[in-house]
Each structure stands twice: as C-alpha cells, then as structure tokens.
Ligand binder design. Sequence first.
Ligand code: FAD
Length: 329
Amino acid sequence: MTHMTPPKLLVIAESERDGLKLVTLAAVGCARQVAEATGGRFDILVIGAPVQAAVDALQGYGAANIFVAEAKELAVPTADNYAHVIVDVARMHGATMLTAAASTFSKDILPRVAALLDAGMLSDVTAVVPVGDEYTFDRVMYAGNVIAAVTLDGPVKVFTVRASAFPAAEKSGGQSPVVPIAVDRASLPNRIETHDRVATPSGRPDATEARVVVSGGRAIKNAADFERLVGGLADVLGAAVGSSRALVDAGITPNTLQIGQTGKAVAPELYIGLGISGAIQHLAGMKDSKVIVAINQDSEAPIFEIADYGLVGDVYAVVPELIGKLKLS
Ligand SMILES: Cc1cc2nc3c(=O)[nH]c(=O)nc-3n(C[C@H](O)[C@H](O)[C@H](O)COP(=O)(O)OP(=O)(O)OC[C@H]3O[C@@H](n4cnc5c(N)ncnc54)[C@H](O)[C@@H]3O)c2cc1C
C-alpha cells in the first residue's frame, strides 16, 4: 500500500564506543514498518566518535542511507551538540519523521530536536498507524493503564518508541550506502561541558537489552544485600539487575537501575522480582515481560496477580538457596 505523501524517516541511532546500543533496532523496526506500509523510506543517523562498530552493526536492515556524523567533539552525547547535528541532517535531507528508541539518551536529546524544528514530540510510542495522509500514534499513559491514540500536527513529527512494543528489526541483506556528514565544528553550541563519565563497573548487561532481569525491592535492606541477593542471582543467570523506586529513594541502588513509570521500561523473556510489592508504577515498566516470577513473603502482594510463577517466602532465606541450587545445576 502506498501513502499519498510517503514519509522520510530518520532513525537516530544510539551507540557507545564499542558498538550499537541494541534498543536502536526497535526504532529501526518501527521505521521499517512505517516505510513498508506507506511506500516511504528510512535513513539512519549515527553520531559520535568512534562510530565504525555501530555503522557496521546497522548494515543489512534496509536503510536507504546510513548518515555518519563523526567528530571528536561528539564523542560524548551532549544534548546541545547532538540536537544541533540531528537538526542539520533532518533539514538537509527533508526528514518528516524523526525517531529513536525511548531511553535516557533520547529523552535528553529528542525534545530539543523537536523544539529546534518547531515540531510536535511524542515519547513512548507503541504503534504508528497511517490513516489517510496522516498518522495516529499509540502511547501509554497513566502508568500503562490508558493507551492514548494521538495525532501530531505539522509537517515534521518527532517521537521515541518503546522498545518492548516493536520487534527488533531483522537483517534482510543488502548494504546501505554510508554517507559521511561534514560536521561544522565552529557552529556546535558546546554549552554543556562533560567532566566525567562513569561506566557501570559490574559488567552486567543493561536491563533494557537483557533476556533476563532480576529486580529487587524494599525487602532488600542495604547495598551489600542487594549485591549478594539480586546481583548474585543475576550473575548465575547471566542477567541484568534492576530495582524498584523504593530502593533508589533509599539510596541503596542508583537511579539508572530503576524500572517503572519513571524509570526504564523492560520486556525481557524472564523477569524475577524479589521483595517487590507490584505497585502500578513499577508494573508500568515490566508487565510486558514474557515470564514473570515473583518472590514475596506476603501472599496478598499485588505482584502475584500478574506473576506466571510465584513463591511466598523470605528473600533472605529463599534466594541464597536458589543461587546455590542454580550453581550446582
Ligand atoms: C509518580 C510516581 C512515579 C513512580 N515511579 C516508580 C517507578 O518508576 N518504579 C517503581 O518501582 N516505583 C515507582 N513509584 C513508587 C511506587 O508507587 C511504589 O512505592 C514502589 O514501586 C514500591 O517499591 P517496592 O515494591 O520495592 O516496595 P513496597 O511497596 O514497600 O513493597 C515491598 C514488598 O516486599 C515484601 N517483603 C518485605 N520483606 C520481605 C522479605 N524479607 N522477603 C520477601 N518479601 C518481602 C513486602 O511484602 C512487600 O510486598 C512511583 C510513584 C509515584 C507516585
């Protein structure tokens, strides 16, 4: 089916020094869906330094072009410089839809892009439906209790997509031309100065990308117990760790680990919640997980209503036993 005015989509890739952040593939999957449904096309923009590993990882997904803006000034993703480059590329190539996976990176950068383009912006989109010559976007509201179908006025639309709602794009063969973008260093705003970046020392995967996530709640009394119980179970399963906001507020876990309405949204194959009650704000970030396991000493805890497997017990007794058994198996 072709659309009256096919869109020109631009996917903003998220990359790290050592390669592509896999959530990008959900945004690519969404762009490809829209392009296929409308007869449009999509390009991908990779920004940073170095970028080669990310560019290589994006080959084979059917992008019309992979634009590459590489400059040492862009090694750290500061919102002012990135937004400036994205807007330049969008204008140069007449992009009408700009998208990225919903993440801390895109939350920081895309609203600025939308403001600079005088465009409407939506976050956490779960479906894009072409309707005539326009589009309806589904997005979750009120901690996932309402799915709003909304439209964006104006010729340019900016949105982030919820990775759990779009299947990661699959390779379909074919190389996309790599098009270098000349970065005018003198015109970069450079208003934000980065003093330090601290990498997660654990070596565990990111919760948004892991197949298994082990998450801890208020039942965990301190950081050492979190590391021993939540980290210990995660490590035997090769899983990522997450936490409820109760532990973040208590200073036991960093807010980068928070899962939920005001944290990360995850949809792993297996989610294990340890001592988490199942408040709606927490469920908003994990209820799309394929299999949910809950361990809680209160048999009435709401998390058991959505759990596929539940164990009523004290995490301090049950989890060390579970870790021991998994190590033996
Ligand atoms: C605007 C807003 C946004 C929010 N955003 C988020 C968000 O993004 N993410 C989020 O998580 N929360 C969020 N919250 C907070 C949310 O409402 C809950 O307060 C929070 O999720 C509770 O965390 P919890 O389940 O760890 O703690 P609790 O609700 O206190 O539950 C602790 C659970 O542990 C069990 N337990 C206690 N000891 C043990 C033990 N030894 N063994 C086994 N089980 C035990 C208890 O039975 C209980 O069920 C938000 C709230 C608001 C108002």
